[in-house]
Design a protein around this ligand. Sequence first.
Ligand code: NAP
Length: 306
Amino acid sequence: MEKIYDTIIIGGGPAGYSAALYCARNARSTLVIEKLSAGGQMATSPHIENYPGFDEAVDGFDLAEKMQHGAEHFGAETMYETVTKLELSGEIKTVETTGGILKSKTVLCAMGAYPRELGLKKEAQLRGKGIAYCATCDGMLFKNKDVIVVGGGNSAIADALYLSKICHHVYLVHRRDSLRASKVYEDQLKDSGIDIIWNSRVVDIKEDGIVRGAVLEDVHTNKLREIACDGIFVAVGRVADTALVKDQLTLDDHGYILADETTKTNLDGVFAIGDIRSKPLRQIVTAASDGATASKFVEEYLMRLK
Ligand code: NAP
C-alpha cells in the first residue's frame, strides 16, 4: 500500500529539523526533503554567535549536521531531492519530487529565502565571474583582491568584516546615510579598514567577461563615479522561496507566507516555518522556535483527522 506520511517538511534548515525533531518525538512518521545538505542559509555561516548554548562561535554547517542527526535519532527521515510540485488542498497532500511522488497528511513549508539581486542588466551573466551573494562561500576566491559589498544590514556588515580579513581592500556601498545593522557589528566596523561609501547605489558593472569595477551613483546628486574592483558581493536582503506555493497559500505584502505564531497557513494541514513565514525577526533561534511551535499544531490537526 502507498505510504502516507504524517508530516513532510520541505527544507532542512533549523526550522525544518526542529519541526522534524518534535514531530518524530511525537511518534509521527516524519520526512524532511532537502535539495542539497542540511542547514540552509545557516550552513554558509562559519561563525554563529547568537544561537544560545555555546561559549564560542559555532560553525553553521556543524550546527546543521547536529540538528539533522538529532531529529534522525528520533526517527525522522531525510530525502535528498528537489520538490517540483505541491498539491496542498484536501486531506492528503501530494508532494512531487525529482525522485517520485509522495503523500502526506500535513506539509510544513520550510524553504527559507534566497538572496535578493540588485536587478542590474549584467548581474546574472556575471554571477560566478565576480558577482557573488555569499561571502563565506566565495570570499577566498577574492584573496588579496579589491571587493565591494552592497547593503547596509547585518548581512552586508558581517560579509564586509569577513572579507576585510581576506581581501586587499573592501568598500561597503550603502544607499542611505545610516546602517540597519546591530550595534555589535557597527562597533567592529570602526577599526576594520573598510571604506564606507554612503548614499550610493551600484548602477552598472564594468566588465570584460569578469568583473573589473562598479559604477556608483550618488542618490542625492546623481553624480556617477567608478570604483575598480574584482568582486561585488550583493547583500541586500533576501526573498522568500515561495515559487512552489504562491498560487495556493496567502502571502503577505513582502512575499512571505502569511501565518501567525501558530504557523498555520490558509490551508488546513499546511504550516509555514522559519524565514519563509511572515514574522518580525528572522534568526536561527526564531526558525527553531517555529519548528517546535508547528509540531504542536500539527499534532492537534492529526488528532482531529482520526
Ligand atoms: P536586511 O536587514 O533587510 O537589510 C538589507 C539591506 O540592503 C538594507 O540596508 C537595505 O537598504 C539594502 N537594500 C535592499 N535592497 C537594495 C537594493 N536594491 N539596492 C541597494 N541596497 C538595497 O537584510 P539582511 O542584512 O540580509 O538581514 C536579513 C535578516 O537576517 C535580518 O533580520 C538580520 O538581522 C538577520 N541577520 C542577522 C545576522 C546576525 O545577527 N548575526 C547576520 C545576518 C543577517 P535600506 O537600509 O535602505 O533599506
